[in-house]
Write a protein that binds this ligand. Structure first.
Ligand code: 5AD
Ligand code: SF4
Length: 359
C-alpha cells in the first residue's frame, strides 16, 4: 500500500518518518493512533525501510532458557517468586553446552542464554559456561539474565559474551516501579549504559499493553529506544498470566504492538528487531505480520522439550517441536513472504544511524 493513499496529515507524518527525520513525542502519539488503511500504510512504510537498511534476510538467534528461577516479583510475569505453582528447573552446565551444540548443528550462529534473575548461577559459573560454549561451538553468545553489577558484566565480556538483552519494559519510571517491586528504571538504565560502555551489542525493548500504559508512555518507550541507540529491540504484547496479580488485566493489542514495532524500525533504521514469540502467541500470524512491519529477526527456542513448558513467563507459548522441525517450518513460513534465513553473524548492519553507508 503506498503512502499517497493515506490521508494528508497521516501521509506527511509517515513521509517524515520514512525520510528519517526526528519525530516528536506528539508525532509518535499520532502515528500510534492511526487505524485502518493509514495504519496499514505505516506498517508497509516500516517494511520498506527494513528492506533498505537490513535487507530481506532474517537473522536467527537460538534461545536456551536455562533456569526458570527468579528472585524478582514482577507483577506481570509467571516466573515471579510469588508464583508458588511454578515447577522449577535449572539446566546443568553439560545440558546447556549440549543444547548449544544443537544450535550450532542447525547452523544458527548465535545463542541466547536466558533465565530469571537466579543468583545460583554465580559470575564464575556463567563465565565458565560462556568459555565452554565459545571453545566447544564458536557460537556468538548473547546473555539475557537481568540486572547485575558492572564487575559481573565486565567478567562476562572478558569470558567471551558479545551481546546482552535487557528490556527496559516501560520508560515510565512510575509504572516501572509499580510493575517491578523493589526495582528502579534508573538502575536498569544504568545497567544498559554499563553494557554499552563495555562494548556489548545491547538490546532493550518494552511490553505493549501494561495496565495504565498510554500512547504517551509508549511514545516515551520509542524515544528511549532511539536515545539508547540500542542494537536490538524486543517489542512484544503483554499476555495475562493466571498466577499473577495482573491475571485480570487484558492482553496487549496485536495491532498496537505492530505499530510500535513499525515506528521503532522507522526511527532507528538499522536496529535488529525480532518478531517476538509473544506476538506469535497472541496471533498465529503474529510473527509473519511483524516481519512485514519492520522486524528482521526470529529467535527459535532450543530449550529441551522437558523444560520448555516450565519456562512459563506467560501462557500459550507455541514454539514446540524439535529444533530441526522448528527451523524447517520457519524456512517455509519465510518463503511464503519472500524472505530467507541469514546464516551469517547477524551483527547490527553498520552502526551509524541515518548514514548512507547502511543502505
Ligand atoms: N507477557 C508478555 N511478556 C512478558 N514478559 C514477562 N512477562 C510477560 C507477560 N506476562 C517478558 C518481559 C521480560 C521477558 C522475560 O519476558 O518483557 O523482559
Ligand atoms: Fe524475573 Fe524477568 Fe519475570 Fe521479572 S520479568 S519476574 S525479572 S523473569
Amino acid at each position: 500500500m503506498s503512502i499517497s493513499k493515506a490521508n494528508n496529515h497521516s501521509k506527511d507524518l509517515i513521509e517524515k518518518a520514512v525520510a528519517g527525520h526526528d519525530l516528536t513525542r506528539d508525532d509518535i502519539v499520532q502515528l500510534l493512533s492511526l487505524v485502518g488503511k493509514d495504519a496499514e500504510i505505516l506498517l508497509a512504510a516500516a517494511d520498506t525501510v527494513r528492506k533498505q537498511y537490513v535487507g530481506d534476510e532474517v537473522y536467527l538467534r537460538g534461545i536456551i532458557e536455562f533456569s526458570n528461577y527468579c528472585e524478582r516479583n514482577c507483577l506481570y510475569c509467571g516466573l515471579r517468586t510469588g508464583n508458588s505453582k511454578l515447577r522449577h528447573y535449572r539446566m546443568t552446565e553439560d545440558d546447556i553446552i549440549a543444547t548449544a551444540k544443537q544450535v550450532k548443528k542447525m547452523q544458527v550462529p548465535t545463542v541466547v542464554l536466558q533465565s530469571g534473575e537466579d543468583s545460583f548461577f554465580t559470575t564464575a559459573i556463567i563465565c565458565r559456561i560462556i568459555q565452554r560454549i565459545r571453545k566447544e561451538t564458536g557460537l556468538i553468545i548473547t546473555l539475557s539474565i537481568g540486572e547485575r553489577s558492572y564487575e559481573d558484566y565486565q567478567a562476562f565480556k572478558k569470558a567471551g559474551a558479545d551481546r546482552y538483552l535487557l528490556k527496559h519494559e516501560t520508560a515510565s519510571a512510575e509504572l516501572f516501579q509499580q510493575m517491578r517491586p523493589g526495582c528502579k528504571l534508573e538502575s536498569r538504565v544504568q545497567c544498559l549504559q554499563w553494557l554499552k560502555e563495555l562494548g556489548f551489542e545491547v538490546g532493550t525493548g518494552n511490553m505493549v499493553g501494561l495496565p495504565k500504559q498510554t500512547r504517551e508512555t509508549l511514545a516515551d518507550d520509542l524515544l528511549f529506544m532511539k536515545d539508547m541507540d540500542a542494537d536490538m529491540l524486543g517489542i512484544g504484547p503483554y499476555i495475562a498470566h493466571p498466577e499473577t496479580p495482573l491475571a485480570a488485566s487484558p492482553n496487549g493489542d496485536v495491532e498496537l504492538t505492530l505499530k510500535v514495532l513499525a515506528i521503532a524500525r522507522l526511527i532507528t533504521r538499522n536496529a535488529n528487531i525480532p518478531a517476538t514469540t509473544a506476538l506469535g502467541t497472541l496471533d498465529p500470524e503474529g510473527r509473519l505480520k511483524a516481519l512485514q512491519a519492520g522486524a528482521n529477526v526470529v529467535m527459535p527456542d532450543f530449550t529441551p522439550l522437558k523444560y520448555k513448558n516450565l519456562y512459563d513467563i506467560y501462557p500459550g507459548r507455541t514454539d514446540v517441536g524439535s529444533p530441526a522441525d522448528i527451523i524447517a517450518k520457519l524456512k517455509n513460513d519465510l518463503a511464503s513472504i519472500g524472505r530467507t534465513i541469514l546464516f551469517g553473524d547477524g551483527y547490527r548492519p553498520g552502526k551509524t544511524i541515518n548514514s548512507q553507508t547502511n543502505i
